[in-house]
Design a protein around this ligand. Structure first.
Ligand SMILES: [Zn+2]
Length: 464
């Protein structure tokens, strides 16, 4: 075995990365509004080509998809990022201009500073450092998939991954986000939940009626309430028959990871004034449910009169919006079918079920997978702290096609922070996290280049 290359002083690479980030943040690549997407794809292409990547560009429904490739070695790393951002609105709540990367009090502010341009650029800086350490040669194969539609639900991604599955084969995938805790511990996610968004609608007449008719005509809000109440019990357990049939049990390693998770309850109580937790769940149960349990949530119920005083009306119609967070291996289409059958069985056939937005399947990688273990070892080494491992994040994202069509494990490790205000005004990263992210990337890729995955870990010589 060749000895590991000594990583160079990373300072100049971190500085160059910050300049790249400022240039990308200046491009207003808001996918929801179709702003500057080809221009940003161009800029990312130039950055990647500057580091020896061959970049291919494919049309997407909203924005170009980039597939870049560089390097040669025993390991193949797939990286997934996106160059689009959320709208900057409300712009007047920003303390500095959203598209000007601005340093203040140890943080870098700007739309996309964290999500996801900061992640992208920190990884590119790590590639640059690694090439420098290897005399201009990149000692592993990197396949880098960068889309511009993530913030509008990645409408092209699943099809793209399926169509290009052979070219995207890799030993593992480094997912687009991640964050660092207040105490400097990397927060690692190995999965994402799936999602189904639905609208339940009920109408009893073509126009509102006098409420005296409530004696003889049913009420749409009553029927909706009955439907909603029938969907789960007081502990949060979903009551739809068959709902849990496909739920994949966590592995022993997944369950052990729960023990490393901090108590998530008090931050929620302190920041949001949360009154309590379903079923009086203790710390471990809260983490178990967040990671491994599906959930059904009512987003809003609308209908009838809600202004001051009273108005005696029997509303013509009403609707409720719900989302269902799924876990592996629940199928979104099957869940909608089960919900429909359940409402019919409850005598609620008149309630329409309308599917909103496209559904997403859940995905989860095993914590014991060699690629995951390599990422965790590199995180331990570069952060000098034990990672906090979430077998699944509570949120959703387009991870399933990678796991399904490529069979790769996905690991999310990155430069975000809990106060990062992602998607909100004053999005930011901590300068320190950007630097640590560059170091992690270099250590991780150097480690991957030194061994075929699944081999026993060699001695961990000091790096950089
Ligand atoms: Zn985002």
């Amino acid at each position: 075995m060749t000895p590991p290359a000594q990583l160079p002083d990373l300072t100049p690479f971190i500085e160059a990365g910050r300049r790249d980030l400022a240039a990308l943040v200046a491009l207003e690549s808001v996918s929801a509004q179709g702003r500057m997407l080809p221009e940003t794809a161009d800029a990312v292409t130039v950055l990647l080509e500057g580091e020896g990547f061959t970049v291919r560009r494919f049309p997407g429904q909203v924005a170009p998809v980039l597939l870049a490739e560089a390097g040669e070695g025993p390991a193949t790393l797939l990286i997934y990022n996106h160059y689009d951002v959320q709208p900057e609105t409300p712009a007047d709540l920003w303390n500095t201009p959203p598209f000007v990367l601005t340093e203040r009090d140890g943080r870098l502010y700007g739309r996309g500073a964290s999500d996801d341009k900061g992640e992208l650029v920190s990884r590119l800086a790590a590639v640059r450092a690694l090439r420098a350490a290897h005399g201009g040669h990149l000692p592993l194969k990197i396949k880098w998939l960068i889309e511009g539609e993530e913030e509008v639900g990645s409408p092209s991604l699943a099809g793209f991954v399926e169509a290009h599955a052979a070219e995207l084969k890799a030993d593992g995938c480094w997912w687009e986000f991640g964050s660092v805790s207040e105490e400097g511990r990397p927060l690692v996610s190995l999965g994402l939940k799936g999602i189904v968004c639905l609208e339940l609608r009920c109408a009893v007449s073509d126009s509102d009626l006098h409420s005296s008719l409530g004696a003889v005509i049913d009420n749409p809000l009553y029927r909706l309430s009955r439907a909603i109440a029938s969907l789960r019990d007081d502990s949060g357990r979903v009551s739809i028959p068959g709902f849990y049939d496909a739920v994949r049990a966590p592995s022993a390693a997944d369950l052990r990871a729960l023990d490393s998770l901090p108590d998530a309850r008090s931050p929620l109580q302190q920041s949001y004034g949360v009154r309590g937790f379903l079923g009086n769940a203790d710390a471990r149960e809260v983490n178990r449910r967040s990671n491994f349990e599906p959930a059904l949530n009512v987003n809003g119920v609308h209908g009838g009169y809600g202004d001051a005083g009273s108005k005696t009306v029997l509303p013509a119609s009403g609707f409720a919006k719900i989302d269902i967070r799924l876990v592996p291996d629940q199928d979104p289409a099957e869940i909608v079918r089960l919900l429909r059958a359940h409402l019919d069985a409850q005598g609620l056939s008149d309630i329409e079920v309308n599917e909103l937005e496209s559904h997403e399947h859940a995905a989860r990688s095993d914590v014991a997978h060699p690629f995951v273990q390599a990422a965790l070892a590199a995180a331990r080494e570069s952060y000098g702290a034990e990672p906090i491992i979430h077998p699944s994040a509570g949120g959703s994202g387009p991870m399933h096609p990678f796991v399904q069509h490529l069979g790769v494990a996905c690991v999310a490790i990155g430069i975000g922070n809990v106060g990062g205000r992602v998607h909100a005004p004053n999005e930011n990263i901590r300068v320190e996290d950007f630097a640590r992210g560059v170091r992690f990337g270099a250590v991780f890729m150097e480690a991957l280049s030194r061994r075929a995955l699944g081999e026993k870990e060699p001695g961990r010589e000091a790096l950089g």
